[in-house]
Write a protein that binds this ligand. Sequence first.
Ligand code: COA
Length: 320
Amino acid sequence: MSASTPASLHPEVDIRRAEPGDLPGILEVLKAALGETPLLRRSPDLWRWKHVDNPFGPSLVLVAVAGERVVGVRALMRWELVGPSGARLRCLRAVDTATHPEFTRRGIFRKLTTAAVEEAGAQGFDLIFNTPNAKSGPGYLSMGWRPVGRIGVLARPRLIGASHPGSGLARVDEYLPDVSPVDPALEDRPPRGWRTPRTIAYQRWRFLQHPTARYGMVQRNDATAIVRANLRSGRPELVLSDLLGRADPAPVRAIARRHRARYLAGWFSPGSPERRAAIRAGLVPLPVTTLRLVARPLRADLEVGDLSRWDLATSDLELL
Ligand SMILES: CC(C)(COP(=O)(O)OP(=O)(O)OC[C@H]1O[C@@H](n2cnc3c(N)ncnc32)[C@H](O)[C@@H]1OP(=O)(O)O)[C@@H](O)C(=O)NCCC(=O)NCCS
């Protein structure tokens, strides 16, 4: 698809690449379709962080327009995954997607997604991946996406001494005394499966430049745990976002002893040393599915595999 030859889809709805002036309309559609939380405001700042400042490059963004009005949006963030052999995958990560409630069930999501897949293939990308919700999941599977696996949660509740939930944004130091700002030059280990390369630029963007989420780190025994504060269903939660350096339980244990949230919770790929470290520090795998990872290969020779082929942490799955 090209910007000059929009695909006609419905008498009055066309698909085209987004232009800078579309941003207010895009944010309106996201707000109307997905809503907002105190941690997830559909603000121009959050959009810029995700889709402009991303160290992997600017996003591929398509819009559906009815006359002058944006009625659907499909944004795919550029991403990179590196495998154990050093092979690199040029990826897109399907994130913000929404159709305005007045325009749903007319094929807009399907048309936007089909156009994005075509464009991604033409630009030489290898793979699209994402964690769709229950509404969009069936649509993706019918468009060539494959299920990779279910993401669960490792958690350790704190039954006494938890803080009372605040009303707005939680700051990580409210839940964890003496937490340090994240040093964006932490060493990462070699990938065991498809893994986001945690370069300095990536760590700076991911953990220091987020417009709303505030991260902190705790270091012990050459291991660094990165955490952020969250409210889940009104309960204060400390999210174990990543564990870098040596996969040692010591920083997670230190956090588990001192934090004042109701839960410490995170997730690491099955079989990973970080998962073992988190479990040794007292986190327990809960029998729940929080997200479903799906992927769409754009090359015939690429197998997405199951979760054992992916090397992920909480920080790879959420964008807070
Ligand atoms: C999910 C959403 C993007 C679908 O947009 P849409 O333009 O109405 O979707 P389409 O008309 O192109 O439908 C494509 C397919 O998606 C699936 N789908 C769409 N809406 C669905 C719903 N409410 N329930 C179940 N499946 C649904 C169906 O498989 C559908 O195929 P079908 O019409 O042949 O049955 C839209 O409902 C929306 O914006 N929802 C709120 C935001 C959201 O949940 N975004 C996804 C975040 S991961």
